[in-house]
Ligand binder design. Structure first.
Ligand SMILES: [Fe+2]
Ligand SMILES: [Fe+2]
Length: 472
């Protein structure tokens, strides 16, 4: 196992693929199907090349190389973080024992399922974003979109590697099925609801990379703790790539907010839609929507599945090894928010059952950091308005709040009260149509659309004016 990646192979890798002919053949057989899928379901805009980063090593220093690459020639490959020979299981019944290098027979079905669900989200997001290139606000943004897309494609490779290397015949079938399901398909949709929604405009894209990709970060964080070491190492490297996706979302929303404040000042009004901007209340509605659908991805607040995964060592908590408890949780209790007698109140449950809630709580705290940044932009512009995250019970379709109507500030509402106010909290067809109307492509070097501010910095030390993409 080496830190550097072998690019002389047909499939770049640091898992010594050349030393495992059976696996190499399986992956080489899957490769053309992947390229077909990319051609049919990947970005629709024709480009000749894009300034992309490619992983060249998995170590801490200098892991990425930047160059102009034709998208279909991106070197998708299999990269795992370095193996820690001393690594022990950090939690659950097997705590303290050496981690597994093979899949234990008793957990085979569960591990395969976890990998398939994670794997399914990766190509789904590429499919959801496939038309965004047609309306990019700048070449810089266009490049970031494609960077996210090729890396989600690589994350699919990461999961397919695990399926083919460790799950035999069934794993190979699942790898094929990952290319057959499609986002929004009637007959064979993607597994999770949020991944069958469209990402119709760039505000949605930034919200998606901020809120939904961040859910992915937290799910990967739990799998990184897994006792199944190849899964842990795979996810550890994926998290490194994922950081850029978070950055695209965070700074994308920064720049929309900034531009909105400029237009508000220039025109002395909050109603900036006629001036080609996105009003703050519309940004707030998009936050409300994307935050709430992303919370649904954490599953129900209490879950026996999550408890079983933890006890078995399959899935840990966020930063499990830094937690200061016994990592077994057999007698611990946690407070969760729930509906009790028609009121939002806290409830005590065994900690093992509350693991989804625990992960979601970490996620919400992380989401809050972006809101703080965006509010700093508002404050610096001398405005009093502030953005916020809605209550965790708002607009939920999964879990303990799913049968209640809760306002963004946490009030319990009747169906009629909800219906009367829903349009002030969630994007309306008019809001969406207006945002859509702003999505006119700007492909000229150094130019940017009117509804968003340019970034503070370019990519890899290049200026904003750099030719990040050459169109076909
Ligand atoms: Fe991903
Ligand atoms: Fe991502």
């Amino acid at each position: 196992m080496s830190q550097s990646i072998d690019y002389s192979e047909r499939i770049p890798n640091n898992v010594d693929l050349a030393g495992d002919r059976r696996l190499q053949r399986a992956l080489e057989a899957w490769q053309p199907a992947f390229l077909n899928w990319w051609a049919e379901m990947g970005p629709t805009l024709d480009t000749s090349d894009v300034y992309l980063r490619t992983a060249v090593a998995v170590g801490r220093e200098g892991w990425a190389h930047f160059d102009h690459v034709a998208l279909p020639e991106y070197r998708w490959g299999v990269f795992l973080s370095e193996r820690d020979e001393e690594r022990k299981i950090a939690f659950g019944d097997g705590k303290g024992q050496p981690v597994w290098q093979q899949v234990p027979g008793e957990y085979r079905a569960e591990l395969q399922r976890l990998i398939v669900i994670q794997g399914d989200t990766e190509p789904a997001s590429v499919e959801q974003q496939r038309r965004l290139g047609l309306t990019a606000p700048s070449l810089y943004d266009l490049r970031n979109l494609f960077q996210v897309n090729v890396e989600e494609g690589r994350h699919l490779w990461a999961m397919v590697y695990l399926l083919q290397a460790y799950f035999g015949r069934e794993g190979r079938d699942e790898a094929d099925a990952l290319l057959i399901r499609n986002s929004g398909s009637e007959d064979s949709p993607r597994i999770l609801g949020a991944f069958n929604e469209e990402t119709p405009d760039w505000l949605s894209f930034f919200m998606f990379t901020y809120f939904t990709d961040r859910d992915g970060k937290y799910q990967l964080g739990t799998l990184k703790e897994s006792a199944f070491d190849p899964l842990s190492r795979t996810c550890e490297f994926m998290l490194k790539e994922e950081a850029h996706h978070m950055f695209v979302g965070t700074t994308g929303i920064d720049r929309v907010v900034k531009r909105s404040t400029e237009l508000m000042r220039e025109h002395q009004t909050e109603e900036i839609a006629p001036h080609g901007g996105i009003a703050l209340n519309v940004i707030q509605k998009y936050i409300n929507f994307h935050f709430s659908v992303s919370l649904d991805l954490f599953g129900s607040e209490t879950s026996t599945n999550a408890a079983n995964y933890f006890t078995a060592g399959l899935k840990g908590r966020w930063q499990e090894t830094r937690r200061k408890d016994d990592h077994l949780l057999s007698d611990d209790h946690s407070e969760i928010e729930a509906m009790v007698d028609g009121q939002v109140s806290s409830q005590e449950v065994p900690s093992l059952l509350a693991l989804n809630h625990d992960l979601r709580t970490e996620y919400v705290a992380d989401c809050q950091s972006g809101v703080k940044r965006w509010n700093k932009v508002l404050e610096d512009a001398g405005l009093e308005a502030r953005l916020f995250l809605p209550h965790v019970g708002f607009n939920r379709h999964v879990g303990l709040f799913s049968s209640s109507k809760i306002s963004p500030s946490g009030e319990v509402l009747t169906d009629d009260q909800w219906a009367a106010r829903e349009s002030s909290w969630l994007p309306t067809p008019e809001d969406k149509t207006h945002v859509q109307s702003l999505m006119q492509p700007v492909y000229e070097r150094g130019k940017i659309a009117n509804w968003i501010a340019p970034p503070n910095q370019g990519i890899n030390g290049q200026p904003f004016e750099y030719e990040y993409v050459h169109l076909a």
